[in-house]
Design a binder for this molecule. Structure first.
Ligand code: NDP
Length: 330
């Protein structure tokens, strides 16, 4: 196969609106890398939605194939790390932003970016987890390092019916935490309880003007929303607790107060999945293999055909996607 199908984002001139559609590319269009991969599965993350809608400037090279996550089979390798036929996994590293991404039947990536597909996961399961789920795991690990263990008190997850949120709820519940899930979609309360949430709260209760300090409710939180939600969450963390901040679905700003930090010793951990070192990724995927309930993962996942990926990317920005989507590329 020298020509292959891909989603391409184009920008006619710098600063102009972008366009997106399916195109046929040639091998010569691929960028540098020592491993060529036949992409089998991808997924739709919030960032893919930002790239495809052009709502935020995540794409920094045009034309661009979006898709920050991929799972597939090695077709060619100049690296001693991988051989033809190996199954590999890619999350982040600027793929879909500065280097051609996974919404293509073929991709060429750097071997340093690839992990062997973890033995415990099929390509579908690895993409049902994807960057969103691996980020949820990094956030759980940050809370654990702060000694927030199951039984320490309620832990809040915001944006709970989304990708990061769904996997965070399933992981925390599986580890025995009392999980409070915040959602703007009341109709998803049953879904969140099935994932293991002990309580489901209305996201509006975290969206008002933040007070410097509010009633101490949670020992920890995983926040996928940012903005006033994160400021409110911080104000509600119990003495000595912590928040792992990983998202901005509700805004990039942080309109809060230092009061939770200096009066309650609250900690705020930043979570970045894109450039996390390989050792951290391997540890996170090992933990996912050990701690993520596969039945819950299946309940949070829906498969879509490659042809539907552009519409799905628009839907995720509108908050219409529940859990995780797996894109069947090839
Ligand atoms: P999703 O769209 O699947 O989930 C986001 C959820 O946030 C929505 O489902 C919704 O949950 C809630 N939400 C959406 N808009 C708003 C709003 N305006 N106000 C309050 N809540 C809102 O996205 P992902 O789970 O894939 O990603 C979540 C966030 O995490 C994104 O900002 C993404 O960029 C970020 N991210 C960061 C990573 C990192 O490395 N730091 C890696 C992966 C993701 P509900 O309907 O339940 O209220």
């Amino acid at each position: 196969m020298s020509s292959f199908k891909a989603v391409l984002i184009r920008q006619p001139e710098a600063g102009e609106a972008t366009s997106v559609g399916f195109e046929t590319l040639e091998d010569a269009d691929l960028m540098e890398g020592d491993v060529t991969v036949r992409v089998e599965r991808s997924t739709v993350n919030y960032k893919d939605g930002l790239a495809i809608t052009g709502k935020a400037p995540v794409v920094r090279r045009f034309p661009m194939v979006p898709g920050v996550d991929g799972a597939g089979m090695v077709e060619q390798s100049a690296s001693p790390l991988f051989k033809v036929g190996d199954r590999v996994l890619l999350n982040g590293w600027g793929v879909g932003e500065t280097h051609l991404g996974a919404y293509a039947e073929r991709a060429r990536w750097k071997s340093d970016w690839l992990l062997p597909l973890p033995a415990g996961f099929s390509p579908d399961e690895a993409m049902a987890i994807g960057t969103a789920g691996y980020t949820a795991m990094l956030a759980v690990m940050a809370l654990e390092r702060h000694d927030i263990h199951a039984g320490a008190g309620p832990v809040l997850v915001t944006g709970a019916a989304g990708g990061v949120g769904s996997i965070a709820v399933a992981l925390l519940a599986g580890l025995g935490y009392h999980v409070v899930a915040s959602t703007g979609r009341a109709e998803e309360a049953g879904y969140l309880k099935d994932l293991g949430a002990a309580e489901v709260i209305e996201r509006a209760s975290l969206a008002g003007p933040p007070k410097p300090l509010a009633k101490e409710r949670f020992i920890g939180a995983i926040d996928a929303v940012g903005g006033p939600t994160l400021a409110n969450v911080l104000s509600m963390i119990r003495y000595g607790g912590a928040v792992a901040a990983c998202g901005m679905a509700g805004g990039l700003d942080l309109p809060g107060s230092v009061a939770p930090f200096i009066l309650r010793g609250v900690a705020l951990y930043g979570i970045d999945s894109v450039y996390a070192p390989k050792s951290v990724r391997l540890a996170a995927w090992e933990r996912l293999d050990r701690d993520l309930d596969r039945v819950k993962l299946a309940s949070a996942m829906r498969r879509i055909p490659f042809d539907d990926v552009i519409d799905a990317a628009r839907d995720i920005i509108e908050g219409k996607v529940r859990g995780r989507l797996v894109v069947e590329i090839g």
